[in-house]
Design a binder for this molecule. Structure first.
Ligand SMILES: [Zn+2]
Length: 168
């Protein structure tokens, strides 16, 4: 179950129906996708961290893997919440930023509105994430100061098609 914190997601102009659709599919096929490859990137272009395996010191990490994102959705209050328009479920999928300021981007799975939430910057957010990921093998490997690590969409799309999804 997702714990719902009181929403402080802020409305933005615009809709993200494509991202909402992918998030829904990732939630629907979570078990299957994690079995195919938990390290495949979630398609996004604004997360300023890479993630890798804590037991592999030579691993520079990959752009936001689905295993990490799914775990964060389930265990990190800041990345979920409710939509200020329709009270629907909001899921974040891009986060990080600069030293002392940052933004999390998300969208509502009901009305598809684009939403943001301000974060306290790259290092603070990294501390929070590190704490949430502590019981797992996932670790932040690199932080980009204003530089983000984009995740290509091909592997996730291919995996979803393999699972029978047709409309992506
Ligand atoms: Zn909404």
């Amino acid at each position: 179950m997702i714990s719902k914190v009181k929403s402080n997601w802020i409305s933005q102009k615009g809709y993200l129906p494509k991202d909402a659709k992918i998030i829904k599919y990732v939630l629907e096929y979570k078990g299957e996708l994690l079995e195919i490859d938990e390290w495949m990137p979630f398609p996004q272009d604004g997360t300023t961290y890479t993630f890798g395996d804590k037991d592999d010191p030579g691993d520079d990490g990959r752009p936001l893997p689905i295993g990490v994102l799914i775990y964060l959705w389930e265990h990190w209050d800041r990345i979920t919440g409710n939509c200020p328009y329709c009270n629907g479920d909001v899921y974040g999928f891009r986060f990080g930023g600069f030293l002392s300021s940052g933004t999390m981007f998300g969208c509502c799975l009901e009305c598809y509105h684009k939403l943001t939430r301000s974060t306290s910057g790259l290092a603070f957010t990294a501390q929070e994430i590190t704490k949430v990921l502590e019981p797992t093998k996932y670790r932040i490997k690199k932080m980009g100061f204003g530089h983000s690590f984009a995740g290509p969409l091909q592997s996730l799309y291919a995996a979803l098609r393999q699972l029978g999804v047709k409309d992506i």
